[in-house]
Write a protein that binds this ligand. Structure first.
Ligand code: ZN
Ligand code: ZN
Length: 308
């Protein structure tokens, strides 16, 4: 019997089946796939990427279902890399479109905003496109829309098109990567130059105000206290903003030096070094929006008020 055939399916809430697929990437190394029973038939939420195929097939076989509808919580490839093998299009917020196109090799609409150029992205994430088995079309989801008895909550920040699903009847929240229990979700500059960190903090506040009783994350174990985790994540970013203000106070610094000052990242780990660089950029964009820092000469960042 193959290992994949032994996959375990759990039912963490009524009408919700959950199983875990491996990811062929350094971290996270797994993704939880959820299948929701709805009045319009089962809906598969997130898929895994290449390397997850046998576990995904085994999980669906164990459930005896081939969901006709696939919903993706956001545009990162671990959540949708296999979607095109199951359905020609996915339910997704339209904000995922640039991420899907970029991962599929489309460089015409290369990211703008505070993103590194496409060549730098290619170098950092070499091989990641190979984890994608085709790019699906998008059946757009709107904020507030119902999928069965689940309400779509647009929660941008970790990704511009990130959504959570909330079932008001019993307080179950499928949070995607918004409220991860084990690590802080990466924040990347928005494609359009929007304030991604500000969006993320707003998304945290939004879910913290909901009567959540069970959080089902895409990575890590289910837990109960959404508000506490939202507060922890907000505090983490407040601390990082303080670190950046302190680093910038004596003199302007380059983005890479700021990254190295606030993250302990091995620059030989190109993907993680790039993610840390992008997260640092997103924090600086947030300070810029608040009038606290601005881009200076020589690709530096400067603290408003001239420092000390
Ligand atoms: Zn993600
Ligand atoms: Zn993820």
């Amino acid at each position: 019997m193959s290992k994949a055939a032994e996959i375990e399916v759990t039912r963490p809430a009524p009408g919700v089946a959950r199983f875990t697929v491996p990811l062929a990437m350094p971290a996270p190394d797994h993704l939880h796939v959820h299948v929701l029973e709805t009045s319009d038939g089962p809906v598969l939420v997130d898929t895994g990427a290449r390397g997850s195929e046998s576990a995904l097939a085994a999980g669906l076989k164990a459930l005896g279902q081939v969901p006709e509808r696939v919903l993706i919580t956001h545009g990162h490839i671990d959540h949708w890399g296999l979607a095109a093998t199951l359905a020609p299009s996915v339910l997704a917020h339209p904000g995922v479109a640039p991420s899907l196109a970029f991962a599929g090799g489309d460089r015409d609409g290369s990211p703008g905003g505070g993103w590194p150029d496409a060549a730098a992205m290619e170098r950092a994430f070499a091989g990641f496109s190979a984890l994608v088995a085709g790019v699906p079309g998008i059946d757009p989801l709107e904020d507030g829309q119902m999928v069965g008895d689940w309400r779509v909550l647009w929660t941008p920040g970790h990704d511009p098109g990130h959504v959570c699903l909330f079932r008001e009847g019993d307080g179950v929240l499928l949070c995607g990567d918004l409220l991860l229990p084990g690590f802080t979700p990466n924040i990347q500059p928005a494609w359009d130059g929007a304030d991604a960190l500000g969006d993320f903090l707003g998304s945290l506040r939004r879910v913290a105000e909901l009567p959540v009783r069970c959080v089902l994350p895409a990575h890590g174990d289910p837990y109960m206290d959404a508000r506490r985790r939202a507060d922890e994540l907000a505090a983490h970013h407040a601390k990082r903003l303080d670190q950046l203000r302190m680093e910038l106070a004596p003199a302007p610094m380059t983005l890479a030096r700021l990254r190295d000052a606030v993250f302990s990242v091995d620059v030989r780990d190109s993907a993680n070094a790039m993610l840390a660089l992008m997260e640092t950029q997103a924090h600086l964009e947030h300070l810029h929006r608040r009038g606290e820092a601005y881009p200076g000469p020589g690709a530096t960042w400067v603290l408003a008020g001239g420092g000390v």
